[in-house]
Design a protein around this ligand. Structure first.
Ligand code: UDX
Length: 443
């Protein structure tokens, strides 16, 4: 079994397809976005993701086959991964339209194919019950039977943007939800072949557990972030307190662990905000309350405002003041601005009447598509962004920003107010040289 297919070439589908092509499989990749397929065929990656280009070069025009012909993909693939998006509806609930379409297209195609057992793998994040109650009936409607004509498994993805290649090649664990044992075994064998001696723990369970593991995982991580942000906000009011010290102290407790305790302006991205809302909305329909998640979301929704508050305390009125935003992507090493904190901050500053200068090493183009306001200046580099500024807010933890010295801020800015929204600077290095504020830090 050397040919596999990916339906949906977002971060998950594209990275997996390229990495597994690199591992020796022929990987077909399909997307409804024809422009994206064209770019890939021309050797252009449609997204920025750390190291992806290095792997892409090696598989381009060889084992990775982008195609706009879904039938070709299905016919040629033994494993068919569904990696389409599952966006939010207006009310926060999950929109499964793309998963439905993919299942329909697969079913339609599979009914024509005899004696070729293919396994469909739902990798997209889907609300518990989706595989059993939606995907399976849609496919079986075409007169084909699970276990006899095709296989079906749930296999959630945990890769982080910005680390997508590394995470795909070195996962912590693999979750496989199955109904027919042989389907679970087929996928397990595939992963054993991919990871060989580096195979991580594999948990085999049923559909619904596999689906819920993904949501519980993201909900827990988001809760950890909101927890430390809550403590950061308390630190802010205590003379001498620093949330970084608190995180270090509690992180040494093995039961807590040091990961995901970085206080800042809140989480963003394509997963946490969407998945938490979807889980909450799903639970509401079942009349189940998830108060911890509600608190996590509430803390996060307010967290970005801490930067504005700090600027206001120092500058009073922000109208007409020049404010630099360093970092637009929702985290470092990606050009993704979906649910990025930068959007909330810029919108707020526009409301306040500030003059805004923005800079990001990778996300400028995406941000430009969203904002076309005369009060926003798109800077060429860090220096250009800081020039004549009265307040610099660090919104994304890019390496490039970590290297900026206090002297550089001092030299370029009109008023040297630096707000470290991601805790990338050592307060001791900054606090005596300029006006330094940081999340969870009170000197
Ligand atoms: C997340 C999950 O980590 C991943 O397993 C899942 O598959 C998809 O969602 P991702 O959104 O790519 O991945 O990035 P992640 O590194 O988890 O960061 C999410 C957000 O949390 C970012 O905005 C980041 O800045 C913020 N964050 C993360 C913190 O504010 N503090 C932390 O300690 C960690």
């Amino acid at each position: 079994m050397k040919s596999i297919g990916f339906i949906g070439l977002g971060y998950v589908g594209l990275t997996s397809a390229i990495c597994f092509s690199f591992k020796g499989y022929t990987c077909y990749g399909y997307d409804i976005d024809k422009e994206k397929i064209k770019k890939l065929k021309d050797g252009i990656l449609p997204i920025y993701e750390k190291d992806l280009d290095k792997y892409f070069i090696q598989v381009y025009d060889k084992s990775f086959i982008p195609t706009d012909n879904l039938k070709e993909l299905i016919e040629n693939s033994k494993l068919i991964f569904i990696t389409v998006g599952t966006p939010s509806r207006e009310d926060g609930s999950i929109n499964l339209q793309y998963v439905e379409e993919a299942c329909k297209n697969i079913g339609e195609c599979l009914k024509e194919i005899k004696n070729d057992y293919k396994v469909i793998i739902i990798k997209s994040t889907v609300i518990p019950g989706t595989t059993e109650n939606l995907a399976l009936p849609i496919i079986e409607k075409f007169g084909i039977k699970l276990g006899k004509d095709f296989g079906l498994v749930v296999n959630p993805e945990f890769l982080r943007e910005g680390n997508a290649v590394y995470d795909t090649l070195n996962p912590d664990r693999i979750i496989i939800g199955y109904k027919e044992e042989k389907d679970g075994n087929i996928l397990e064998e595939f992963y054993k072949e991919i990871y060989k001696e580096n195979i991580p723990p594999i948990l085999k369970t049923n559909f619904v557990n596999a689906e819920l593991i993904k949501y519980a995982n993201n909900a827990f991580l988001a809760t950890k972030i909101s927890f430390i942000n809550m403590i950061a906000n308390l630190c802010q009011t205590l003379k001498g307190a620093d949330v970084e010290e608190i995180a270090k102290g509690i992180g040494l407790d093995k039961r807590i662990g040091k990961e995901f305790l970085k206080a800042g302006l809140g989480y963003g991205g394509s997963c946490f905000p969407k998945d938490l809302e979807a889980l909450l909305s799903f639970a509401k329909k079942l009349n189940v309350e998830l108060p911890l998640l509600e608190a996590t979301i509430k803390i996060n929704n307010n967290q970005y405002y801490k930067a504005i508050e700090m600027a206001k305390i120092e500058l009073k009125n922000l109208k007409g003041r020049t404010i630099s935003i360093l970092g637009l992507s929702f985290k470092a090493n990606t050009d993704d601005i979906r649910n990025a904190v930068s959007i909330k901050i810029v919108n707020e500053l526009l409301k306040e009447g500030a003059n805004i200068k923005v800079y990001d090493p990778k996300a400028m183009e995406n941000f430009k598509k969203l904002f076309n306001d005369k009060n926003i200046y798109f800077a060429k580099n860090v220096e250009d962004c800081l020039e004549s500024s009265e307040c610099a807010i660090i919104v994304t933890e890019w390496e490039e920003f970590k290297r900026i010295k206090p002297e550089t801020f001092l030299k370029l800015m009109k008023y040297p107010l630096v707000i470290d929204g991601r805790r990338i600077y050592q307060p001791n290095e900054f606090k005596d040289k300029l006006i330094f504020k940081a999340i969870g830090y009170n000197n």
